[in-house]
Design a binder for this molecule. Structure first.
Ligand code: ATP
Length: 320
């Protein structure tokens, strides 16, 4: 490849900027021209494409969001839209594309790869719901936002001897709930991957309070349902359980990325460029047991991420 482009697509995540920076600087280091595409596939179809330099990615490694912005693009779901995208890239002489985003964005990259554009996917989402990578870019920061919020809730909840239901993001994936739950010492972690019994949860909370426990944190992954409904269901079982509900929402997607996310983004961005130069295409970059990996995007989008049972059971054991 001689000229590559980079775009961010789907929901944004902290660390996308660090990934864009790594792609741009690694490409320039290797003597390759690099273009930025504004607003994902929407910008591609609207020729919102501009050359990037070492300086265009200065002062962004520490920023959340994405300077390239993100968008959803319905036109790109159609074969005609995908063909138009490939044609526009060729018109600019661009033969390689790095797509930073989630599952949907990966599908788009896969289609372009089949139309002859060399593509690489980088996992940019807070949800950690992409298979063939232990972590996605943004997940670590989202978890730390949740843990920080729970620390604050704990202070006030224990003063008032109250329980707290905290609803967190993750779509159909329980990883944010699980990792934040383990790190914050939550008593109960409800995730869509595992069955649970609210009678048992309510009884345990009541027993814990009787034993002198002054507060209790219940983390609910959004894939399970609304925190409000869980709090009501617990109160219906034991009227004494008067849990306050906190829905953390989009603050989980914001803030300065943690060093772990910045470093993951930097490593993956550089890796994607080097593999494109070697001629790889239609691949998703990931990190498994600390090693950078490449997997066919086809396989990644058709494989559901395995739930980390070991960590789940650990969290349960420690939540007594
Ligand atoms: P997140 O999970 O963080 O929201 P995502 O990448 O899964 O990120 P989507 O909205 O699903 O977010 O996808 C982003 C864009 O990718 C879509 O708006 C569309 O342009 C493109 N896209 C999604 N699915 C496909 C597909 N099957 N074929 C081609 N393009 C697709």
């Amino acid at each position: 490849v001689k000229k590559i482009a980079v775009l961010t697509s789907g929901g944004d995540s902290q660390g996308m900027n660090a990934a864009v920076r790594a792609v741009v600087r690694s490409a320039i280091y290797h003597g390759i021209d690099v273009f930025g595409i504004q607003r994902g596939y929407h910008g591609l179809l609207n020729r919102d494409i501009f050359p990037m330099t070492i300086r265009s990615v200065g002062d962004i490694i520490q920023r959340g969001g994405t300077i390239l912005q993100s968008a959803r693009c319905l036109e790109f779901l159609q074969p005609e839209g995908q063909q138009k995208g490939a044609d526009i890239l060729r018109e600019y002489g661009i033969d390689g594309l790095v797509v930073i985003g989630g599952d949907g964005s990966y599908n788009g990259a896969n289609k372009l790869s089949k139309l002859g554009i060399k593509t690489m996917g980088l996992p940019g989402t807070i949800d950690n719901d992409i298979s063939f990578t232990d972590f996605t870019i943004g997940f670590d920061t989202a978890v730390s936002v949740v843990v920080d919020a729970i620390n604050k809730l704990r202070d006030t909840m224990s003063s008032h001897e109250r329980s707290s239901v905290v609803e967190v993001m993750g779509r159909h994936c329980g990883d944010i709930a699980l990792h934040a739950g383990l790190a914050s010492g939550a008593e109960t972690i409800l995730v869509p991957e595992m069955p649970f019994d609210l009678d048992e949860v309510a009884d345990r909370m009541k027993d814990n309070f009787a034993r002198g426990k002054r507060h209790s944190i219940i983390i609910v992954a959004e894939g399970v349902g609304r925190g409000e409904d869980i709090a009501q269901a617990l109160k219906d079982r034991h009227a004494s359980i008067d849990a306050r509900v906190t829905v953390l929402g989009h603050i989980q997607r914001g803030g300065s990325p943690t060093p772990a996310d910045r470093n993951l983004a930097s490593r993956l961005g550089d890796f994607a460029v080097r593999r494109l130069i070697e001629g790889e295409s239609g691949k998703a970059c990931g990190i498994i047991n600390g090693e950078l990996t490449l997997t066919d995007i086809d396989l990644v989008v058709n494989t559901k991420k395995e739930f980390d049972l070991e960590t789940y059971h650990l969290a349960l054991r420690l939540s007594q």
